[in-house]
Design a protein around this ligand. Structure first.
Ligand SMILES: [Mn+2]
Length: 255
């Protein structure tokens, strides 16, 4: 029997806007523990950390349970893919070297059990918001990154965590806007357009929007948005045949 492939995103670990941070990290770790023998691969599709800035010889405090569990999985031969999101762009080589993950800094197209997957965090794909696009450009800018790294972490990391907190708190209830519908949701629009020139894609999987969406684009092409690990504790699982969007409820047996 084939082993499962799992997809999840947007835990925003360490967020100053999430009061249940420790519980959230423990739940994520229990989930990873529950799938470790069933999984051939796990894809983290971005924003697992609320703010991660890595210096040459220093990484942020915290996250030890999560990082330990990820290392356990990779030590046991589970392939763990780690996509940077728009909150943890500034990953260096620490997670690769220390935890054995495979880093992805942008979208990829890959084949899994004979199906073609388009995988991305989702920021910057089809989103036309000017302010967001400017910040995205600035955050990815090498010179800006070098300058930021020269600020003492006492201020830099504190600034980053507060920036991430405020970007969450300015939303109603700290939540993302609900699904905007097929003709307005920018990731759906992006996927539909992409599909026209790349008809081979069977699955588009995104994070970033913090909504759960499972949408047929064509008879043999499907789009999923993964929810998050703040409110939904949701993930997608592919067994080589079928794809499900699930929520991790403790004490239930999971696919
Ligand atoms: Mn995001």
């Amino acid at each position: 029997m084939k082993k499962n492939v799992y997809f999840l995103s947007d835990a925003h670990l360490g967020s100053r806007a999430i009061p249940h941070g420790r519980m959230q990290e423990r739940r994520l770790v229990r989930f990873l523990d529950s799938i470790k023998d069933k999984a051939s691969a796990v894809y983290f599709l971005g924003d697992m950390f609320d703010f991660w800035f890595e210096y040459k010889l220093v990484v942020p405090k915290g996250y030890t349970r999560f990082l330990g569990k990820v290392s356990e999985l990779t030590d046991n031969g589970v392939e763990v893919h780690f996509f940077t999101g728009n909150h943890d762009i500034w990953c260096g080589d620490y997670l690769e070297k220390e935890c054995g993950v495979i880093m992805h800094r942008k979208e990829i197209v890959t084949e899994i059990y004979g199906k073609v997957f388009f995988l991305a965090h989702g920021d910057g794909l089809g989103d036309k918001d000017k302010k967001f696009r400017f910040l995205r450009w600035l955050f990815h800018n090498k010179a800006a990154q070098t300058l930021f790294a020269a600020i003492h972490p006492r201020w830099a990391v504190d600034f980053g965590l507060n920036w991430a907190k405020h970007s969450r708190m300015k939303r109603v209830d700290g939540k993302e806007p609900p699904y905007m519908g097929e003709d307005r949701e920018y990731l759906v629009l992006y996927a539909k357009e992409y599909l026209e020139t790349h008809p081979e894609i069977n699955y588009f999987i995104f994070g970033h929007r913090h909504i759960e969406l499972d949408l047929m684009l064509r008879r043999d092409s499907r789009l999923m948005i993964l929810g998050d690990w703040i409110n939904f504790f949701s993930y997608a699982v592919f067994d080589g045949e079928h794809m499900f969007l699930e929520e991790f409820i403790e004490g239930q047996s999971q696919p």
